[in-house]
Design a protein around this ligand. Sequence first.
Ligand code: UD1
Ligand code: CA
Length: 459
Amino acid sequence: MATDVVVLAAGKGTRMKSSLPKVLHCLAGRPLLQHVVDAANSLQTPRVIIVTGHESDKVRSEIKGTDLCYVEQQLQLGTAHAVQQALPLVRCDATVLILYGDVPLIQPDTIQAMVDLAADGSLVLLTAVLDDPSGYGRIIRNSAKAVTAIVEQKDATPEQLGICEVNTGVLALPAAKLKNWLPAIDNNNAQQEYYLTDIIALAHEDNCKIKTSQPLFPQEIEGVNNRSQLSRLERYYQRQYSERLMMAGITIADPDRLDVRGKLTAGTDNFIDINVLFEGNVDLGNNIHIGPNCVIIDSCIGDGVEIKANSIVEGSMIGPGCVVGPFARLRTGTEMAENAKIGNFVETKKSILGKGTKINHLSYVGDASLGANVNVGAGTITCNYDGVNKYQTVIGDNAFIGSNTSLVAPVNIGKDATVGAGSTITCNVADDELGLTRAEQRNIQGWKRPTKKIHPSSN
Ligand code: UD1
Ligand code: CA
């Protein structure tokens, strides 16, 4: 059966104190609403209908997913009113699942279980038993333990306030029933809002079976209203991510000092030191050692690689056995074949390093292709940019580039060629040649350095 997911995301989020709509604030590098949409997209044949309010254009342009549609709720008159806006897009034969754009950690397994339970025409509520239920709607059950209604905190009697089973807001039910009941809801309550929760009593009156199901962990149903709550969910998410990595065979120096904003896939026997950040899609092989304070973004790292402290690696492919850092910056398009080395204070961009090639210190190599076993001396710069265009530098196998060399691209250095230290190379150097542009040294005998004149009065 098809599932239509309605995501409520019209709230202003005043307590975030932000010009950004609340649901676009990020958890683990992804907007809150994106987490919810991704969970919804994990269901079979979902259509995801997002109810937006303020700044809906911004929301639309940020959120990605399959079969997404948007409806606008101009005035926030309550959760039932919000769902009402989505009804025209809900397919009559679907199961409808209601989710919230500011409840980001809802799990695919939890919502799949609810959709399955609703397949027989039941209404399914996600409920939780909390030590402190304040603020939440309370689940009312009769003597046979059947759910008969939900009462909001502000409308509850003192006796009802003592109930610890709460409404998480998440529910699933057949579309046809939702379309029947929703118009019957009024705003005759303490907040003068149209409460979606009022459909529970309507379902009970209609003898519709009401089932309840529970989340896997309490944070799954926590909403974000302010930045403090956001940070708590962020830490929970990151800690869980670290736990999964450790169970999969990765040693993490401190699981509270590792952040993954995206997806990290990894083999075994990797070691990750403190304060490491992964972003986007990162793939690690086996036996990799990552030193402290590294940032690794959208990269693929081969077996046995060592990335030393304080290195930044982005959009790069690092082959097996390579060594990077400390303090290296690999920018997009850096590809290192096996056993290559990029050392301290080296920046690379769109550059290919052949097997065993080394750029050990203080260099910039951009738009370059280096063969195998090339040695690039300290302070080598590829001058790849004339202010308008970018040009290539090509260096053959076993070439030796002396320290403090400027390679003015486009330029080719041949195989086994040598460039003398301090050269500015503007013409190609052929295989086995020495290229040298160094001015000849002059020594001046008896040269006296200027000396400071000392006046007695100034002492
Ligand atoms: C709601 C439930 C309550 C439950 C709680 C769980 C109702 C009436 N109450 O209360 O039983 O315990 O969630 O957190 O449903 N929204 C809109 N448009 C509106 C109103 C709300 O999009 O007109 C969105 C909000 O942005 C928010 C969500 O719906 O993300 C919940 O609305 P809110 O008013 O905060 O409901 P609660 O009072 O928390
Ligand atoms: Ca409310």
